[in-house]
Design a protein around this ligand. Structure first.
Ligand code: HEC
Ligand code: HEC
Length: 225
C-alpha cells in the first residue's frame, strides 16, 4: 500500500492531469504509440521492455523513476557530467551518452512519462553480503537525502534507490568515488553525494547497503548468490 501511494505521488509530479487520490487505482498514463515504439526500439534493448534493466548491458532498472530525476539525468548525460568515460571498457555508458545527446527535449519528456509509468519490480539479488548490516549505515548516512525507505526526495532531487539492481547501486558508488560520475556544481546535494562516496570505507559496505535498500520493495528476497 505504502508503495502504491509513493508511485502515485511520483506520477502526480507529472502534472495535475494525472493527479489521483491515494486510494485510487494506479493512474493510466497515456503516451502515443510512437513513443512506445521508440522506447521498444531505442531503449529497451539495454533497459529491458518493462524497464527492469539488463545487467549484460550495464543498464539500470529505470521503471517508475520519477520525472524530475529522469530529466536531471538525461541533462547530465548531455552536459558531459555523465560522459560515458568508462574504466570497465564495456562501451555501454558511452552509448547511453550518445543516445542522450541525440534525443530531442520534447521526445524525452514523453519518454519520461512512459518510463515513470512502468511498474517498479524488486530486482534479482546478485551480490553477496548481509542485508541487515546495511540498515544502520543506510539510516545514518543516506536516509536524510534518499528518504527513510529509499523512496527519493523531489525537493533534494534525489532518486528513489530501492528498485535499482544491487550491482548497479554498488557500481554507481564506485563511479562517484573514482570520479567517473561527476557532481553538478550548481546542485549542493549532488556535491554532497560525491563527497559521501569518497568517504566510503569499502565496497563491501556499499554491497550491504545495496541489499538493505532492495529490502524496501515487497517480495521474498533471493538467497545469497
Ligand atoms: C547501449 C545501451 C543503452 C541504450 C540503448 C540506452 N541506455 Fe540508458 N543507460 C545505459 C547505461 C549503461 C546506463 C548507466 C550509465 C552509468 O553507469 O552511468 C544508462 C542510464 C540511463 C539513465 C539514468 C538512470 C539513473 O538512474 O541514473 C536514464 C534515464 C536512461 N539510461 C534512459 C535511457 C533512454 C530513455 C534510452 C532510449 C532513448 C536509453 N536509456 C537507451 C545504457 C543504455
Ligand atoms: C546530501 C544528500 C545525499 C546523501 C547523504 C546521499 N546521497 Fe546519494 N544521491 C544524492 C543526489 C543529489 C544524487 C543524484 C546525483 C546526480 O544527480 O548525479 C544521488 C545519487 C545516488 C546514486 C545514483 C543513483 C542513480 O541514479 O544512478 C546512488 C546509488 C546513491 N545516491 C546512493 C547513496 C547512498 C548508498 C548513500 C548513503 C551512503 C547516499 N546516496 C547518500 C544525494 C545524497
Amino acid at each position: 500500500m505504502r508503495l502504491r501511494i509513493l508511485a502515485v505521488a511520483w506520477l502526480g509530479l507529472l502534472g495535475t492531469a494525472f493527479a489521483q487520490e491515494n486510494d485510487a487505482p494506479a493512474p493510466q498514463v497515456q503516451v502515443s504509440q510512437e513513443i512506445v515504439h521508440f522506447w521498444n526500439n531505442e531503449c529497451a534493448t539495454c533497459h529491458g521492455q518493462t524497464g527492469e534493466g539488463i545487467e549484460e548491458a550495464k543498464a539500470p532498472a529505470i521503471a517508475g523513476l520519477p520525472d524530475y530525476y529522469l530529466l536531471d539525468q538525461i541533462a547530465k548525460f548531455r552536459q558531459g557530467l555523465r560522459k560515458g568515460e568508462d574504466d570497465t571498457g564495456s562501451g555501454f555508458v558511452a552509448e547511453m551518452h550518445r543516445e542522450a545527446v541525440e534525443l530531442e527535449d520534447a521526445l524525452f519528456q514523453q519518454l519520461a512519462i512512459h518510463i515513470a509509468s512502468l511498474p517498479v519490480k524488486r530486482p534479482k539479488r546478485t551480490v553477496a553480503g548481509d542485508p541487515e548490516a546495511g540498515s544502520q549505515p543506510y539510516q545514518e548516512l543516506c536516509a536524510s537525502c534518499h528518504g527513510a525507505e529509499a523512496q527519493g526526495d523531489p525537493v533534494k532531487r534525489t532518486p528513489p534507490l530501492h528498485a535499482f539492481q544491487d550491482w548497479y547501486l554498488v557500481e554507481q558508488i564506485r563511479r562517484f568515488r573514482v570520479g567517473l560520475r561527476k557532481p553538478d556544481a550548481g546542485h549542493g546535494e549532488s556535491l554532497q553525494m560525491h563527497a559521501m562516496a569518497l568517504r566510503f570505507p569499502s565496497l563491501d559496505e556499499a554491497r550491504e547497503i545495496a541489499l538493505y535498500i532492495n529490502s524496501y520493495l515487497p517480495g521474498e528476497p533471493d538467497a545469497e548468490p
